[in-house]
Design a protein around this ligand. Structure first.
Ligand code: SF4
Length: 220
């Protein structure tokens, strides 16, 4: 029993496991009054679409553990709070949706190697240089190379112009310059015309990419 006496009406960081599905969650703030159980999830950043999904998962966990739904649920942002509508039908749909996703994930994980689903989170993957699907995903998103900050890029070397750079052709057939300073050039392997390179964490400049000391360059 979560609330075992009259004085214990607030719980923070409550971990619950679902009784049937293999998932668990930690509810930030849960309290109980004359109307029933209410929950809040605190966010330090801006609104995201999946915040509501997260709170609905908490409702599903409560339903599984206490056989009741929260009377009210809120997402609390630094400047406002948002009420999340919850009823039996909504939570039942969340259950079936999650059940489907878990079933699909289990099936996909059975194949070795597991099927990949590249997305924006791949930019943090430490083995993305080896993942062909990631590079296909990047080639379908020509805006990728125009994003500020560090960029990943696959190029075919089409011309070596100096010890400080070369011209590379991207998958969309556009040419661009890849440049580097002398001290970086010393640490690079020999780069020759015609080979393909995967550059991880290059610096985006106005019309070129700079290979920085921390950039990784892989030969295909
Ligand atoms: S880069 Fe490939 S292996 Fe890495 S997370 Fe993305 S899809 Fe998975």
């Amino acid at each position: 029993m979560i609330f075992n006496n009259d004085t214990n009406k607030v719980i923070t960081e409550l971990t619950l496991e679902h009784k049937e599905l293999p998932f668990s969650g930690i509810i930030d703030f849960i309290w109980f009054d004359d109307e029933g159980i209410k929950i809040s999830d605190f966010k330090s950043g801006a609104y995201k679409h999946d915040h509501k999904d997260q709170v609905l998962m908490y409702a599903l966990l409560l339903k599984s553990n206490l056989q009741c739904l929260p009377k009210e649920a809120f997402i609390v942002y630094p400047d406002r709070s948002e009420r999340v509508e919850i009823d039996e039908k909504i939570v039942k749909n969340v259950f079936f949706d999650l059940q489907d996703k878990i079933f699909t994930a289990k099936r996909e994980l059975k194949s070795v190697p597991a099927k990949t689903s590249p997305n924006e989170n791949c930019q943090y993957c430490p083995v993305r240089q080896l993942c062909d699907q990631y590079w296909v995903y990047l080639s379908n998103d020509p805006q990728q190379v125009k994003k500020p900050g560090a960029v990943d890029l696959e190029v075919e070397v089409t011309g070596i112009h100096s010890n400080h750079g070369f011209v590379g052709r991207r998958s969309d057939c556009d040419n661009l310059k890849v440049v580097y300073e002398t001290n970086v050039a010393k640490g690079l392997p020999l780069i020759t015309c015609g080979e393909r390179l995967r550059i991880i964490g290059g610096k985006q400049l106005a019309n070129e990419i700079e290979i920085m000391p921390w950039t990784e360059v892989f030969h295909l």
